[in-house]
Ligand binder design. Structure first.
Ligand SMILES: Cc1cc2nc3c(=O)[nH]c(=O)nc-3n(C[C@H](O)[C@H](O)[C@H](O)COP(=O)(O)O)c2cc1C
Length: 358
């Protein structure tokens, strides 16, 4: 059986981490199924209010005794002017009218504060805390280490990986440009930071002295084996789990995932103000050239439109987050998928260099 020092440290049998997937797809059932099958499930805490996050962590603990991760967003301080918000509201108004919504969205808080999430994390002390969109404040890193959490930060470039290690993370998750949904980019120019995994993983493993996890476009054991060969110690998969029965993925999103092909996705910042990979649709095409306010402000401005479109089966006006590997997705049970990935990884490694294979 393939094993790595990170797997030993985490106490897992399969080199598979279910990526946190905010906005609905991640459920306690999905997290626990992955952990119970020998991988690591990840709670997606970024969009949850603190009480819901506390409840989700408790629900996972009811369903498994194994290790799991909780994911949060690093604190953000976007530079957004009122004028930019007004322009975006005007751009979005026709789409909102088309769905029968008030032309202006309600302007609430863009999302829960990191400090509230930190309190829940320190109180509940999950075995692993992963985060994206930046660095954590030094006192948060100390507080999480004090309660025994292993810290995993997300990097989309070597520069970001090195910064995370200087900020005392224990593991770097290298997120390739193939990855579904938001990119974690926080230092590098977002266009230049669209580096594919085959380049990113060896570059990051050479640059840092902590274990590296690889994420982006991995859909089967061949993908897992390939990132292990490139130097990663585990693979993090999101899109591969989106169609599992345990996932909370919306029905319209599921249908679009099932119909997608190998060239269906695009990276755009038009939907939320941050580069993210989604299945291309009318919204990505029509908003492609618009300057929009930064995340999480634009995310909040489009949230209701995308939610209502999803509920009404309007895949043309919603976000359809997916990685480049989407066409290889299946509806398999999440535990079965982890077991299949582990077996395929073994087979892929055993089959390397064997003569007679096509
Ligand atoms: C629907 C969806 C939602 C996601 N939400 C989060 C999130 O809340 N936090 C995070 O760190 N990463 C999030 N990601 C990115 C994953 O951590 C990971 O980088 C990505 O899924 C890997 O690429 P793949 O989808 O091709 O497997 C999300 C990915 C998807 C597909």
């Amino acid at each position: 059986m393939v094993t790595t020092s990170l797997m030993q440290r985490l106490g897992i049998d399969a080199p598979v981490i279910q990526a946190p997937m905010g906005g609905g797809p991640t459920t306690p059932e999905l997290v626990a199924a992955v952990t119970n099958a020998g991988g690591i499930g990840s709670v997606a805490g970024g969009y949850l209010d603190p009480d819901t996050l506390r409840r989700e962590i408790a629900a996972v603990r009811q369903l498994t005794d194994g290790p799991f991760a909780v994911n949060v967003f690093a604190p953000l301080d976007p530079d957004v002017t009122p004028d930019a918000i007004e322009v975006a509201i005007e751009v979005l108004a026709p789409y909102r009218r088309e769905l029968g919504l008030e032309p202006r969205p309600a302007l609430g808080e863009p999302g829960p504060a990191f400090s509230d999430h930190l309190d829940v994390l320190v109180e509940t002390a999950p075995p692993v805390v992963s985060f994206t969109f930046g660095l954590l404040p030094p006192d948060a890193v100390r507080a999480l280490h004090d309660v025994g959490c292993l810290l995993v930060g997300t990097a989309t470039s070597v520069e970001e990986a090195v910064a995370l290690v200087h900020a005392d993370v224990d593991v770097v998750c290298a997120q390739g440009s193939e990855a579904g949904a938001h990119r974690g980019t926080f230092l590098t120019d977002p266009v230049l930071a669209t580096v594919g995994l085959v380049v990113l993983v060896p570059a990051v493993t050479d640059a840092v002295d902590v274990p590296v996890v690889a994420a982006g476009g991995i859909m089967d054991g061949r993908g897992v084996a390939s990132v292990l060969a490139l130097g990663a110690q585990a693979a993090q998969l999101g899109t591969a789990f989106l169609r599992c029965p345990q996932a909370g993925t919306n029905a319209t999103h599921r249908a679009a995932l099932a119909a997608a092909g190998h060239e269906s996705t695009v990276v755009t910042s038009a939907l939320t103000g941050r580069a993210a990979r989604t299945i291309a649709n009318r919204l990505t095409r029509e908003l492609a050239d618009r300057a929009v306010p930064a995340y999480p402000v634009m995310n909040a401005l489009t949230a209701e439109l995308r939610r209502v479109a999803a509920a009404r089966g309007r895949e043309d006006l919603m976000s359809l987050w997916a990685g480049q590997g989407v066409a290889r997705g299946t509806e398999l049970d999440a535990g079965e998928l982890v077991r299949r990935l582990a077996e395929e990884t073994e087979r892929a490694i055993a089959g390397l260099g064997v003569p007679g294979r096509p």
